[in-house]
Design a protein around this ligand. Structure first.
Ligand code: GLU
Length: 365
Protein backbone atom coordinates (compact mmCIF):
# COMPACT_ATOMS: atom_id res chain seq x y z
CA UNK A 1 0.00 0.00 0.00
CA UNK A 2 2.71 2.45 1.08
CA UNK A 3 4.74 1.54 -1.95
CA UNK A 4 1.75 2.25 -4.18
CA UNK A 5 1.20 5.69 -2.61
CA UNK A 6 4.85 6.54 -3.00
CA UNK A 7 4.61 5.50 -6.62
CA UNK A 8 1.63 7.80 -7.15
CA UNK A 9 3.41 10.75 -5.52
CA UNK A 10 6.27 10.37 -7.92
CA UNK A 11 4.39 9.50 -11.05
CA UNK A 12 1.62 12.12 -11.00
CA UNK A 13 3.87 15.18 -11.16
CA UNK A 14 6.04 13.42 -13.70
CA UNK A 15 3.10 12.80 -16.02
CA UNK A 16 1.83 16.36 -15.52
CA UNK A 17 5.23 17.60 -16.51
CA UNK A 18 5.29 15.35 -19.54
CA UNK A 19 1.87 16.70 -20.52
CA UNK A 20 3.11 20.27 -20.33
CA UNK A 21 6.17 19.50 -22.42
CA UNK A 22 3.94 17.66 -24.89
CA UNK A 23 1.63 20.65 -25.16
CA UNK A 24 4.52 23.03 -25.73
CA UNK A 25 5.98 20.77 -28.39
CA UNK A 26 2.59 20.41 -30.07
CA UNK A 27 1.88 24.10 -30.00
CA UNK A 28 5.25 24.99 -31.47
CA UNK A 29 4.19 25.15 -35.15
CA UNK A 30 1.03 27.13 -34.34
CA UNK A 31 2.95 29.63 -32.25
CA UNK A 32 5.05 30.38 -35.33
CA UNK A 33 2.55 31.83 -37.82
CA UNK A 34 -0.62 31.00 -39.64
CA UNK A 35 -0.11 28.12 -42.02
CA UNK A 36 -1.30 28.49 -45.61
CA UNK A 37 -2.80 25.32 -47.03
CA UNK A 38 -2.97 25.07 -50.81
CA UNK A 39 -5.83 23.04 -52.25
CA UNK A 40 -8.08 22.64 -55.28
CA UNK A 41 -11.76 21.76 -55.56
CA UNK A 42 -12.16 18.05 -56.32
CA UNK A 43 -15.25 16.23 -55.01
CA UNK A 44 -15.45 14.14 -52.89
CA UNK A 45 -12.07 15.19 -51.49
CA UNK A 46 -12.48 18.96 -51.51
CA UNK A 47 -15.96 20.41 -51.89
CA UNK A 48 -16.74 24.12 -51.44
CA UNK A 49 -19.01 24.49 -48.43
CA UNK A 50 -19.74 28.07 -47.49
CA UNK A 51 -16.55 29.88 -46.49
CA UNK A 52 -14.56 26.68 -45.85
CA UNK A 53 -14.46 23.28 -47.51
CA UNK A 54 -15.94 19.90 -46.77
CA UNK A 55 -14.99 16.55 -48.29
CA UNK A 56 -12.71 13.72 -47.19
CA UNK A 57 -9.43 15.65 -47.45
CA UNK A 58 -10.89 18.84 -45.98
CA UNK A 59 -12.35 16.97 -43.00
CA UNK A 60 -9.09 15.05 -42.54
CA UNK A 61 -7.08 18.26 -42.58
CA UNK A 62 -9.44 20.06 -40.15
CA UNK A 63 -8.98 17.19 -37.71
CA UNK A 64 -5.18 17.21 -38.14
CA UNK A 65 -5.09 20.98 -37.64
CA UNK A 66 -7.21 20.68 -34.49
CA UNK A 67 -5.02 17.93 -33.04
CA UNK A 68 -1.86 19.93 -33.72
CA UNK A 69 -3.31 23.35 -32.89
CA UNK A 70 -2.42 24.62 -36.33
CA UNK A 71 -4.10 27.88 -37.29
CA UNK A 72 -4.40 28.01 -41.04
CA UNK A 73 -5.99 29.64 -44.05
CA UNK A 74 -6.91 27.91 -47.27
CA UNK A 75 -5.45 28.96 -50.59
CA UNK A 76 -7.48 27.67 -53.50
CA UNK A 77 -5.64 26.96 -56.74
CA UNK A 78 -6.86 25.74 -60.13
CA UNK A 79 -5.15 22.35 -60.36
CA UNK A 80 -2.57 20.03 -58.84
CA UNK A 81 0.25 21.73 -60.76
CA UNK A 82 -0.60 24.98 -59.01
CA UNK A 83 -0.70 23.30 -55.61
CA UNK A 84 2.84 22.04 -56.25
CA UNK A 85 3.92 25.51 -57.44
CA UNK A 86 2.41 27.22 -54.37
CA UNK A 87 4.24 24.91 -51.98
CA UNK A 88 7.43 25.13 -54.01
CA UNK A 89 7.45 28.93 -54.00
CA UNK A 90 6.70 29.15 -50.26
CA UNK A 91 3.26 30.73 -50.80
CA UNK A 92 1.84 27.72 -48.98
CA UNK A 93 3.38 25.47 -46.32
CA UNK A 94 1.03 22.55 -46.89
CA UNK A 95 -0.81 21.11 -49.91
CA UNK A 96 -3.81 18.82 -49.58
CA UNK A 97 -6.50 17.62 -52.02
CA UNK A 98 -5.99 14.34 -53.90
CA UNK A 99 -2.27 14.68 -54.52
CA UNK A 100 -0.67 11.47 -55.77
CA UNK A 101 2.73 10.57 -54.36
CA UNK A 102 5.08 10.01 -57.30
CA UNK A 103 8.84 9.45 -57.46
CA UNK A 104 9.20 12.64 -59.48
CA UNK A 105 7.30 14.78 -56.96
CA UNK A 106 9.15 13.09 -54.10
CA UNK A 107 12.44 14.45 -55.48
CA UNK A 108 11.26 18.01 -55.05
CA UNK A 109 8.90 17.80 -52.08
CA UNK A 110 8.21 15.90 -48.89
CA UNK A 111 5.04 13.87 -48.49
CA UNK A 112 3.17 12.68 -45.40
CA UNK A 113 2.31 9.06 -44.75
CA UNK A 114 -0.22 7.88 -47.36
CA UNK A 115 -3.59 9.41 -46.52
CA UNK A 116 -5.64 7.55 -49.15
CA UNK A 117 -5.26 4.57 -51.48
CA UNK A 118 -6.34 5.51 -54.96
CA UNK A 119 -5.52 4.76 -58.59
CA UNK A 120 -6.44 5.54 -62.16
CA UNK A 121 -9.53 4.28 -63.91
CA UNK A 122 -11.45 4.93 -67.15
CA UNK A 123 -14.90 6.44 -67.54
CA UNK A 124 -17.04 6.46 -70.71
CA UNK A 125 -20.42 7.74 -71.79
CA UNK A 126 -23.36 5.53 -71.08
CA UNK A 127 -25.07 4.85 -74.40
CA UNK A 128 -28.37 3.15 -75.09
CA UNK A 129 -26.46 0.78 -77.34
CA UNK A 130 -26.01 -1.31 -74.23
CA UNK A 131 -28.68 -3.93 -73.91
CA UNK A 132 -31.59 -4.23 -76.29
CA UNK A 133 -32.78 -1.36 -78.44
CA UNK A 134 -34.73 -1.20 -81.69
CA UNK A 135 -32.08 0.82 -83.52
CA UNK A 136 -29.54 -1.77 -82.49
CA UNK A 137 -31.74 -4.58 -83.79
CA UNK A 138 -32.21 -2.80 -87.13
CA UNK A 139 -28.50 -2.11 -87.23
CA UNK A 140 -27.90 -5.84 -87.35
CA UNK A 141 -29.86 -6.10 -90.62
CA UNK A 142 -27.34 -4.05 -92.53
CA UNK A 143 -24.12 -5.63 -91.23
CA UNK A 144 -22.22 -8.82 -91.99
CA UNK A 145 -24.10 -11.53 -93.89
CA UNK A 146 -27.51 -10.11 -92.93
CA UNK A 147 -28.32 -8.40 -96.28
CA UNK A 148 -27.62 -11.70 -98.08
CA UNK A 149 -29.76 -13.62 -95.63
CA UNK A 150 -32.59 -11.15 -96.19
CA UNK A 151 -32.19 -11.75 -99.97
CA UNK A 152 -32.40 -15.50 -99.41
CA UNK A 153 -35.53 -15.02 -97.30
CA UNK A 154 -37.11 -13.11 -100.20
CA UNK A 155 -36.20 -15.95 -102.60
CA UNK A 156 -37.59 -18.50 -100.13
CA UNK A 157 -40.93 -16.77 -100.44
CA UNK A 158 -40.88 -15.82 -104.13
CA UNK A 159 -39.64 -19.09 -105.67
CA UNK A 160 -41.75 -21.66 -103.77
CA UNK A 161 -44.69 -19.23 -103.90
CA UNK A 162 -44.57 -19.22 -107.68
CA UNK A 163 -43.87 -22.94 -107.99
CA UNK A 164 -46.66 -23.97 -105.67
CA UNK A 165 -49.17 -21.57 -107.23
CA UNK A 166 -48.26 -22.80 -110.72
CA UNK A 167 -48.48 -26.49 -109.72
CA UNK A 168 -51.67 -26.17 -107.69
CA UNK A 169 -53.68 -23.53 -109.53
CA UNK A 170 -55.59 -25.98 -111.71
CA UNK A 171 -56.30 -28.50 -108.94
CA UNK A 172 -59.94 -28.54 -107.91
CA UNK A 173 -59.17 -28.42 -104.16
CA UNK A 174 -56.52 -25.73 -104.63
CA UNK A 175 -56.76 -23.00 -101.98
CA UNK A 176 -55.20 -20.56 -104.48
CA UNK A 177 -56.91 -18.46 -107.10
CA UNK A 178 -56.35 -19.51 -110.71
CA UNK A 179 -55.51 -15.88 -111.51
CA UNK A 180 -51.84 -14.89 -111.20
CA UNK A 181 -52.99 -12.04 -108.93
CA UNK A 182 -54.06 -12.74 -106.25
CA UNK A 183 -53.20 -16.45 -106.62
CA UNK A 184 -49.45 -15.89 -106.40
CA UNK A 185 -49.82 -13.76 -103.26
CA UNK A 186 -51.87 -16.48 -101.61
CA UNK A 187 -49.16 -18.97 -102.53
CA UNK A 188 -46.42 -16.66 -101.20
CA UNK A 189 -48.34 -16.37 -97.94
CA UNK A 190 -48.34 -20.13 -97.86
CA UNK A 191 -44.58 -20.17 -98.56
CA UNK A 192 -43.98 -17.61 -95.81
CA UNK A 193 -45.79 -19.74 -93.25
CA UNK A 194 -43.75 -22.71 -94.51
CA UNK A 195 -40.57 -20.68 -94.03
CA UNK A 196 -41.71 -19.88 -90.51
CA UNK A 197 -42.14 -23.62 -89.91
CA UNK A 198 -45.94 -23.60 -90.00
CA UNK A 199 -47.71 -25.78 -92.59
CA UNK A 200 -51.39 -25.38 -93.37
CA UNK A 201 -52.76 -27.24 -96.40
CA UNK A 202 -50.66 -29.98 -97.93
CA UNK A 203 -50.37 -29.33 -101.66
CA UNK A 204 -52.07 -31.81 -103.94
CA UNK A 205 -49.69 -31.99 -106.90
CA UNK A 206 -46.34 -33.78 -106.83
CA UNK A 207 -44.45 -30.58 -107.60
CA UNK A 208 -46.45 -28.81 -104.92
CA UNK A 209 -45.59 -31.41 -102.31
CA UNK A 210 -41.93 -31.50 -103.31
CA UNK A 211 -41.73 -27.71 -103.18
CA UNK A 212 -43.40 -27.66 -99.81
CA UNK A 213 -40.91 -30.14 -98.30
CA UNK A 214 -37.95 -28.36 -99.93
CA UNK A 215 -39.22 -25.03 -98.61
CA UNK A 216 -39.46 -26.38 -95.06
CA UNK A 217 -35.90 -27.74 -95.18
CA UNK A 218 -34.58 -24.56 -96.75
CA UNK A 219 -36.29 -22.44 -94.11
CA UNK A 220 -34.89 -24.59 -91.29
CA UNK A 221 -31.43 -24.13 -92.73
CA UNK A 222 -32.10 -20.46 -93.19
CA UNK A 223 -33.26 -19.98 -89.59
CA UNK A 224 -30.09 -21.64 -88.33
CA UNK A 225 -27.93 -19.23 -90.35
CA UNK A 226 -30.08 -16.29 -89.31
CA UNK A 227 -29.70 -17.09 -85.64
CA UNK A 228 -25.95 -17.59 -85.92
CA UNK A 229 -25.57 -14.32 -87.76
CA UNK A 230 -27.72 -12.41 -85.28
CA UNK A 231 -25.70 -13.75 -82.33
CA UNK A 232 -22.36 -12.96 -83.90
CA UNK A 233 -23.34 -9.47 -85.03
CA UNK A 234 -24.54 -8.64 -81.51
CA UNK A 235 -21.25 -9.90 -80.10
CA UNK A 236 -19.21 -7.87 -82.59
CA UNK A 237 -21.21 -4.76 -81.76
CA UNK A 238 -20.53 -5.37 -78.10
CA UNK A 239 -16.79 -5.80 -78.71
CA UNK A 240 -16.64 -2.73 -80.91
CA UNK A 241 -18.89 -0.94 -78.41
CA UNK A 242 -16.00 1.37 -77.56
CA UNK A 243 -13.61 1.52 -74.67
CA UNK A 244 -13.60 -1.28 -72.14
CA UNK A 245 -10.39 -0.40 -70.30
CA UNK A 246 -6.97 1.27 -70.55
CA UNK A 247 -5.81 -1.00 -73.40
CA UNK A 248 -8.39 0.63 -75.70
CA UNK A 249 -7.17 4.18 -75.07
CA UNK A 250 -4.29 4.62 -77.58
CA UNK A 251 -5.41 6.98 -80.36
CA UNK A 252 -8.65 7.89 -78.55
CA UNK A 253 -9.76 11.38 -77.49
CA UNK A 254 -9.32 11.42 -73.75
CA UNK A 255 -9.63 14.11 -71.13
CA UNK A 256 -8.28 14.61 -67.63
CA UNK A 257 -6.96 17.44 -65.42
CA UNK A 258 -3.95 19.61 -66.08
CA UNK A 259 -0.67 18.32 -64.70
CA UNK A 260 -2.23 15.19 -63.23
CA UNK A 261 -0.68 11.74 -63.08
CA UNK A 262 -3.46 10.61 -65.45
CA UNK A 263 -2.33 13.20 -68.05
CA UNK A 264 1.23 11.87 -67.82
CA UNK A 265 0.05 8.26 -68.20
CA UNK A 266 -2.13 9.06 -71.21
CA UNK A 267 0.68 10.90 -72.99
CA UNK A 268 3.00 7.96 -72.34
CA UNK A 269 0.44 5.56 -73.80
CA UNK A 270 -0.37 7.28 -77.09
CA UNK A 271 -3.80 8.70 -76.29
CA UNK A 272 -4.87 12.17 -77.43
CA UNK A 273 -5.20 14.15 -74.22
CA UNK A 274 -7.08 17.33 -73.42
CA UNK A 275 -6.05 18.73 -70.04
CA UNK A 276 -8.80 20.63 -68.23
CA UNK A 277 -8.47 22.82 -65.13
CA UNK A 278 -11.48 21.24 -63.49
CA UNK A 279 -12.46 17.61 -63.78
CA UNK A 280 -16.08 18.79 -64.20
CA UNK A 281 -15.10 20.29 -67.56
CA UNK A 282 -13.82 16.89 -68.68
CA UNK A 283 -17.06 15.25 -67.51
CA UNK A 284 -19.08 17.80 -69.53
CA UNK A 285 -16.94 17.24 -72.65
CA UNK A 286 -17.47 13.48 -72.32
CA UNK A 287 -21.21 13.90 -72.06
CA UNK A 288 -21.25 16.25 -75.07
CA UNK A 289 -19.45 13.66 -77.17
CA UNK A 290 -16.22 15.67 -77.53
CA UNK A 291 -14.26 13.01 -75.64
CA UNK A 292 -14.26 9.23 -75.91
CA UNK A 293 -13.16 8.72 -72.31
CA UNK A 294 -12.13 10.48 -69.12
CA UNK A 295 -9.17 8.97 -67.30
CA UNK A 296 -8.73 10.03 -63.71
CA UNK A 297 -8.56 9.05 -60.06
CA UNK A 298 -11.01 6.21 -59.41
CA UNK A 299 -12.71 7.63 -56.29
CA UNK A 300 -13.45 10.89 -58.10
CA UNK A 301 -14.89 9.05 -61.12
CA UNK A 302 -16.94 6.67 -58.99
CA UNK A 303 -18.30 9.53 -56.90
CA UNK A 304 -19.36 11.39 -60.04
CA UNK A 305 -20.86 8.28 -61.67
CA UNK A 306 -22.96 7.71 -58.55
CA UNK A 307 -24.06 11.35 -58.17
CA UNK A 308 -24.00 14.10 -60.83
CA UNK A 309 -23.21 11.69 -63.67
CA UNK A 310 -25.74 9.03 -62.71
CA UNK A 311 -27.24 7.45 -65.85
CA UNK A 312 -24.92 9.47 -68.10
CA UNK A 313 -21.53 7.86 -67.54
CA UNK A 314 -20.03 4.48 -66.71
CA UNK A 315 -16.70 3.55 -65.11
CA UNK A 316 -15.11 0.66 -67.06
CA UNK A 317 -12.31 -1.80 -66.25
CA UNK A 318 -10.45 -2.10 -62.97
CA UNK A 319 -8.05 0.40 -61.42
CA UNK A 320 -5.03 0.03 -63.71
CA UNK A 321 -2.44 2.14 -61.89
CA UNK A 322 -2.41 2.28 -58.11
CA UNK A 323 -1.52 5.56 -56.45
CA UNK A 324 -1.45 6.88 -52.90
CA UNK A 325 -2.41 10.37 -51.90
CA UNK A 326 -0.21 12.28 -49.49
CA UNK A 327 -0.14 15.68 -47.82
CA UNK A 328 2.45 17.83 -49.56
CA UNK A 329 5.20 19.78 -47.75
CA UNK A 330 8.27 21.69 -48.84
CA UNK A 331 11.47 19.76 -48.23
CA UNK A 332 12.44 19.64 -44.56
CA UNK A 333 9.08 20.94 -43.31
CA UNK A 334 8.86 20.96 -39.51
CA UNK A 335 5.15 20.17 -39.70
CA UNK A 336 5.55 16.80 -41.30
CA UNK A 337 6.51 14.72 -38.28
CA UNK A 338 3.65 15.77 -36.02
CA UNK A 339 1.15 15.53 -38.89
CA UNK A 340 2.36 12.01 -39.68
CA UNK A 341 1.91 11.07 -36.02
CA UNK A 342 -1.67 12.42 -36.12
CA UNK A 343 -2.45 10.56 -39.34
CA UNK A 344 -1.28 7.28 -37.81
CA UNK A 345 -3.13 7.99 -34.59
CA UNK A 346 -6.33 8.71 -36.53
CA UNK A 347 -6.03 5.32 -38.24
CA UNK A 348 -5.54 3.69 -34.82
CA UNK A 349 -8.34 5.44 -32.95
CA UNK A 350 -10.98 4.93 -35.65
CA UNK A 351 -11.25 8.57 -36.75
CA UNK A 352 -9.92 7.73 -40.21
CA UNK A 353 -12.48 4.95 -40.77
CA UNK A 354 -15.29 7.20 -39.57
CA UNK A 355 -14.30 9.87 -42.06
CA UNK A 356 -13.94 7.25 -44.79
CA UNK A 357 -17.43 5.97 -44.10
CA UNK A 358 -18.88 9.45 -44.34
CA UNK A 359 -17.53 9.97 -47.86
CA UNK A 360 -17.12 6.48 -49.31
CA UNK A 361 -19.40 4.17 -47.35
CA UNK A 362 -18.19 1.09 -45.51
CA UNK A 363 -14.47 0.37 -45.74
CA UNK A 364 -14.01 -2.99 -47.42
CA UNK A 365 -10.88 -4.13 -45.58
N1 GLU B 1 -4.24 12.46 -58.13
C1 GLU B 1 -4.07 13.43 -59.16
C2 GLU B 1 -2.65 13.91 -59.17
O1 GLU B 1 -2.11 14.14 -58.14
C3 GLU B 1 -5.04 14.56 -58.97
C4 GLU B 1 -4.94 15.61 -60.01
C5 GLU B 1 -5.84 16.79 -59.77
O2 GLU B 1 -5.95 17.29 -58.64
O3 GLU B 1 -6.42 17.22 -60.73
O4 GLU B 1 -2.06 14.04 -60.19
Amino acid sequence: MIIRKLFLIFTVPASLLAGTIGAIAQDAPAARTTTTVATRVLPPFIIPGGDAYVGFSADLWNEIAKRNSITFTWKETANVKEILAAVDSGQAQVGIAAISVTSEREQQFDFSQPMFESGLQVMVRKTNEEGFSLSRLFGTFSTGAMPYLLGILALLILVPGHLVWWAERKHEASPFSTQYFPGVFQAMGWALSAAAGQQNDTPHSKLGRFTSIAAIFASLLFLTFWQAELTSSFTVQQLQGGIQGPEDLPGKNTGTTAGSTAAAWLKDHGAKVTEFQKIDQAFAALEQDTLDAVVFDAPVLLYYAANGGRGKVRVVGAIFKKENYGILFPRGSELRKSINASLLKMREDGTYDRLYDVWFGQRSQ
